[in-house]
Design a protein around this ligand. Structure first.
Ligand SMILES: CC(C)(COP(=O)(O)OP(=O)(O)OC[C@H]1O[C@@H](n2cnc3c(N)ncnc32)[C@H](O)[C@@H]1OP(=O)(O)O)[C@@H](O)C(=O)NCCC(=O)NCCS
Length: 173
């Protein structure tokens, strides 16, 4: 198995796999144009024969925060280590950028505990995430995802203030 940075030629595979799990909210829906534009965020896993197995993305907010997004492995390839290798590659990438905290929102926290993530009880501790995704999400007030982070929670935000994020979550935008 090879885990490598994605190329534009991987965009169709990424688009189809990510969106195959977006209908039930497991993953955020991503437009093809958005995947192409952000393809350099993605890492892919492929078999020794070059078959696409899965992907994951690292979104950089700034030196204070990055987010693991769209991590998914094709059903026939699950439980063979691809998900773990993708996650570790994304964490190494965050480290190489000197990012202090990596966050993610998930319905399967158990998978992430073993890689050093812990639950963030108060999601407004991650205001940039709220400003980027949550404020436009139809599930803002009935979110069933667990916020998790690895490293020290950020003390600053780039997209909005913590107080504004708290108001947004309380009042519904
Ligand atoms: C989560 C996911 C990426 C893991 O990929 P993978 O290649 O199967 O992962 P690995 O082979 O490295 O690790 C497998 C182990 O992870 C754990 N695991 C996998 N899915 C899990 C889940 N839904 N809940 C809890 N633990 C899980 C199990 O311990 C599993 O071991 P097992 O196969 O012996 O039971 C994959 O299951 C997937 O694509 N899930 C659907 C998309 C998704 O939910 N992504 C996370 C969004 S935040």
């Amino acid at each position: 198995m090879l885990v490598r940075k994605a190329r534009l030629q991987d965009a169709t595979n990424i688009y189809e796999l990510v969106n195959s799990l977006s209908a039930d909210g497991t993953l955020l829906r991503r437009a093809f144009a958005e995947i192409c534009e952000n393809v350099r965020d993605f890492t892919v896993a492929e078999s020794d024969e070059g078959v696409f197995l899965g992907c994951g993305a690292l979104h950089l907010y700034g030196p204070h925060l990055a987010e693991v997004r769209s991590i998914v492995v094709r059903p026939p390839a699950k439980s063979k280590g691809a998900g773990g290798k993708l996650l570790q590659a994304l964490l190494q990438e965050a480290e190489s950028h000197g990012v202090g905290c990596v966050c993610l929102f998930t319905r399967i926290p158990d998978f992430f505990f073993r890689y050093g993530f812990r639950v963030v009880e108060e999601r407004t501790a991650l205001p940039d995430k709220i400003y980027k995704d949550c404020q436009n999400c139809p599930r803002l007030h009935r979110c069933d995802e667990v916020a998790m982070a690895r490293g020290n929670l950020p003390k600053v935000s780039i997209l909005g203030s913590k107080i504004e994020a708290e108001q947004l979550v309380r009042l519904g935008g």
